[in-house]
Design a protein around this ligand. Structure first.
Ligand code: PGA
Length: 251
């Protein structure tokens, strides 16, 4: 049985004390939740303090990005080992904001995902089409290319443990979430392509999350679809109350 994953992407929000305050409230509110994996991804600056706060709890820690080299003269970058060392078990890779504002390509995303595995981090690889691509009817083509290029060259074990996050760019932070039918359709398609790459076992085992304006009001509709293994949540993970509500939908 796959354990659903509820991941909060805090993006460039929260000072250290705000981040600690949020996770402290969250920790108390969800301490009894065992059937799903809970993950928070604060900014780099808050990872250390948040890790201290969640030690021994059922909350896991993830980074929002990493650099692919293990160490060296890369001013301003953070290596996978540093992220592991600070207490993370996951790293979000290739979020659409990184693809859009920092020009990350499928090729780079793939290298970063592999670098994450070397440091024994689980990469959460993000894919998703833009509004223009959806309107131009090239969604499936774009998604297929992203899957084949961003998720290529994994070992069989890695292909099962990587997490894929489908996040249509037009749904991120816009309040306009994808219809459950649209999500289900793409998730099935992702598994189909993935099966061609790694076989049925990996396609069944890989967790595929949905992300894009998920909130406590629209999650119950999404939950009716069988092929969603969890959520990557931005805005609604910034408040303990709304994130707790989302987590509790799985109970
Ligand atoms: P959102 O962000 O929930 O605020 O739309 C999701 C994400 O970017 O991961």
């Amino acid at each position: 049985m796959k354990k659903p994953l509820m991941a909060g992407n805090w993006k460039m929000n929260k000072t250290v004390s705000e981040a600690v305050g949020l996770v402290k409230t969250l920790k108390n509110a969800v301490s009894d939740v065992m059937n799903i994996e809970i993950l928070v991804c604060p900014a780099f600056t808050a990872l250390y303090a948040v890790n201290n706060e969640i030690r021994g709890s059922n909350i896991n820690l993830g980074a929002q990005n990493l650099f692919l080299e293990p160490k060296g003269a890369f001013t301003g970058e953070i290596s996978p080992m540093m992220i592991k060392d600070i207490g993370c078990s996951y790293a979000i890779i290739g979020h659409s904001e990184r693809r859009q504002y920092f020009f990350e390509t499928n090729e780079l995303v793939n290298k970063k995902a592999k670098a994450a595995f070397v440091a024994t981090l689980v990469p959460i690889v993000c894919i998703g089409e833009t509004l223009k691509e959806r309107e131009d009817n090239v969604t499936f083509k774009v998604i297929e290319k992203q899957i084949r290029e961003s998720l290529s060259g994994f070992t069989l074990e890695q292909s099962c443990s990587v997490v894929i996050a489908y996040e249509p760019v037009w749904a991120i932070g816009t309040g306009k979430n994808a219809y459950p039918e649209q999500v289900q359709e793409i998730h099935c398609f992702i598994r189909k392509i993935y099966e061609q790459m790694y076989g049925k076992n990996a396609a069944d085992k890989v967790r595929v999350l949905y992300g894009g304006s998920v909130n406590p009001r629209n999650v119950s509709d999404l939950m009716k679809k069988p092929d969603i293994d969890g959520y990557l949540v931005g805005g609604a993970s910034l408040e303990a109350e709304s994130f707790t509500k989302l987590i509790r939908y799985f109970k």
